[in-house]
Write a protein of this length. Structure first.
Lengths: 363, 307
């Protein structure tokens, strides 16, 4: 069989895979007794129907960009980081601890960069342990990153219940951040510029997310380190031959990946919750795998996939609100199916396409 | 003295109760991994099985139909995993992750649509809807606990003493050799994946209709991953994996008992630390600090037949 033309490989195959996933979603929606067409309409309106819903869509997309990039950077190095969930959690811890320690002394312009750096540092540190175990001790990174998700979750419950809990509070959460630990909301900024936009959770993290996309692109395709990292992912032997230190490259890739995942904490805690809370990563780390697979591990593709997932998250919430038989977990089902069809079954349509697109002999 | 004996017995019974789903799941994972198929999706299969067991038992009033439904649901996911990894040579970890996420979502979506209780199934109260203890009412020794205990020597026997087991191990170490001998690699791997589905299905049924009286969202809470850790901890061998399950079960039982208790000399032991211990211990093992865990050689590598 001949290989597919490039456009079919990059554009057509992913679209067919997503379409297959959504056909299954449509069947599930029909099975539980809701008209799929009506559900789709409610979902689209819920995601894009007003400036408020667009704001929320972009806010969710911010998280998906961070975790999608995190998976992609590790993936280019041939490493499968399933620990985004835990890295986001611990990244948020770092960001929150920095703010709790310093928010009374620093003004916002100094507090925000420190907190963002702390999120990156803690996320990177949480990814560094599995990376070190893989590079020096040979344990498999898939298993260790999974285990670290659970360890992170146990650690955060312990810290919030026993150490960080606000005095007098019944729920396990820290005290509120002071004003300097708050990221400006986009609707406030637009308001100052004279544009009236409905308030939403969208905050300046989205600028950080776009910057991360650009920097990841520059790093991966336009620096010697990125080149070495991708070489390692394609062919470790060639990378060794070219003089790359695979151990250090593993550390670098995983630390970058963990730092990116850690920024979810910035968006969630500094942008929305204003305190350290339980379970804020809420599956974004796992969804990052779907985002990265769908975006073909490229920053531009990841932005597009993250927008789709953000729209699904927001539209799904509205849909669940309007149609009581559908719950928000419908979005989780869609994520699972996208991972299945864009990841594990990615080559399902290939034989059909090869048959359809093969140049026919003239009769 | 009598008190101490009672305490030991109670802890032992609790350990067995906590270990039963881990043992079933671990034996399933062992079949899959020994054949060369990584199974990160144990958690998802168990969750889906737990949901269908409780749902069908609640609707029909029969725990046995619930078990059948649980096994069927887990087998569907196992076949999906096989279809993606064996037939289409997809990434086994990605497929497992997809199955986990799909199950986490689908159980709540279906549960909410069918029972309207926010993803929970109705409580199983009628006598036939649950599996009850057979001999010792206080110990919770229902039939699935004995199945779990029997599954360990059975798995050992199948893997080490039968022709199928020999071929299964061969296909996990060097599929080319098996193929050269004229035995179907996909055929063997599908059978392994189906055995895994059967056992993880029983584990799920145990959770929702034996240990508990109904399904709650995310009720597996990482036990599939602990079972996977036990497989690794037992170095992919049945009896050591069983030992690891018992140890993790004991940790669970102790964690429940120690909730809020002050231990003399140490103070209050954080329950979260005990809950994280299975993962931490497995990481220590994987890092080579406690012996060496060597996986089947061909695990995770799709087999491509030459044409």
């Amino acid at each position: 069989m001949k290989p597919l033309p490039r456009w079919a490989d990059i554009v057509l195959m992913p679209l067919i895979n997503i379409a297959l996933a959504f056909v299954i979603v449509g069947i599930i929606v029909a099975v539980i007794g809701v008209d799929p067409g009506k559900a789709l309409k409610l979902l689209v309106v819920g995601a894009l129907g007003s400036s408020e819903s667009i704001g929320y869509t972009l806010y969710y997309a911010t998280n998906f960009i961070f975790t999608g990039l995190a998976v992609a950077v590790a993936f280019h190095a041939g490493l499968f980081n399933i620990g985004g969930e835990g890295q986001a959690y611990i990244g948020g811890l770092g960001c929150g601890l920095a703010i709790l320690a310093l928010d009374r002394y620093l003004p916002a312009w100094a507090m925000i960069p420190v907190a963002v750096a702390a999120a990156a540092l803690f996320g990177a540190a949480w990814a560094a342990v599995p990376a070190w175990l893989q590079a020096w001790r040979g344990s498999h990174i898939v298993i260790t990153t999974i285990m670290f998700n659970f360890v992170a979750s146990a650690l955060m419950v312990y810290l919030l219940v026993n150490v960080l809990i606000a005095p007098g509070s019944m729920t396990p959460q820290s005290r509120n951040f002071a004003a300097s630990g708050k990221l400006p909301q986009v609707h406030e900024l637009l308001d100052r510029l004279g544009f009236q936009v409905a308030p939403s959770a969208l905050n300046l993290s989205i600028v950080l997310a776009i910057a991360c996309c650009f920097l990841a692109w520059v790093f991966l395709w336009h620096t010697p380190w990125g080149y070495a990292l991708r070489t390692m992912g394609h062919n470790p032997d060639a990378a060794i031959y070219a003089g790359t230190n695979l151990r250090r490259m593993t550390m670098l890739a995983m630390c970058l990946s963990g730092a990116l995942a850690g920024f979810v904490g910035v968006n969630e805690l500094m942008g929305v919750h204003q305190r350290i809370v339980l379970d804020f990563p809420a599956g974004y780390g796992f969804a990052g795998i779907a985002v990265s697979l769908m975006g073909r591990n490229h920053p531009l593709g990841i932005v597009l996939a993250a927008l789709l997932f953000g729209a699904l998250q927001q539209g799904g919430a509205e849909l669940a609100f309007d149609v009581p038989t559908i719950t928000r977990e419908m979005v989780v089902v869609i994520q699972g199916l996208v991972i299945l069809f864009c990841g594990a079954l990615a080559h399902l349509p290939r034989p059909w396409l090869q048959y359809l697109l093969a140049p026919r002999a003239e009769p | 003295m009598n008190d101490a004996a009672t305490l030991v017995l109670l802890t032992l019974a609790a350990t067995l109760r906590e270990a039963t789903p881990l043992v079933l799941c671990a034996m399933g994972g062992l079949f899959s991994e020994r054949s060369g198929i990584i199974d990160v999706g144990l958690e998802g299969k168990m969750l889906m099985a737990a949901f269908f067991a409780a749902a069908i038992s609640a609707v029909t009033g029969s725990a046995w139909l619930g078990i059948a439904a649980a096994v069927a649901a887990a087998e569907v996911l196992a076949l999906l995993h096989g279809f993606a990894c064996i037939t289409h040579r997809g990434n086994q970890v990605v497929s497992g992750v997809a199955i986990n996420i799909l199950s986490a979502g689908l159980t709540v979506v279906l549960g909410n649509a069918w029972f309207n209780r926010g993803g929970q199934t109705p409580a199983l109260e009628a006598p036939g809807q649950r599996l009850l203890p057979l001999f010792f009412p206080g110990a919770g020794d229902n039939i699935l606990m004995y199945v779990a205990l029997a599954s360990v020597p059975l798995t050992w026997w199948v893997i080490t003493r039968t022709r199928f087991g020999l071929r299964l191990r061969a296909v996990g170490e060097m599929p080319l050799a098996v193929d050269t001998a004229g035995i179907s690699v996909p055929g063997l791997r599908y059978r392994a994946v189906l055995l895994c589905g059967l056992l993880s299905g029983l584990a799920g049924a145990y959770l929702s209709i034996a240990q508990n009286a109904g399904f709650g969202r995310d009720m597996t809470a990482g036990q599939g991953f602990i079972a996977l850790a036990a497989v690794i901890f037992g170095k992919w061998r049945p009896f050591p994996a069983f030992g690891a399950c018992l140890m993790f079960g004991l940790l669970d039982a102790v964690a429940i008992r120690l909730q809020g208790v002050r231990v003399p000399g140490i103070g209050e032991v954080p329950v979260q630390l005990i809950q994280a211990l299975p993962y931490l211990l497995t990481m220590f093992l994987l890092a080579g600090f406690i012996g060496r865990a060597i996986a089947p050689k061909a695990v995770g590598v799709p087999y491509e037949k030459e044409h």
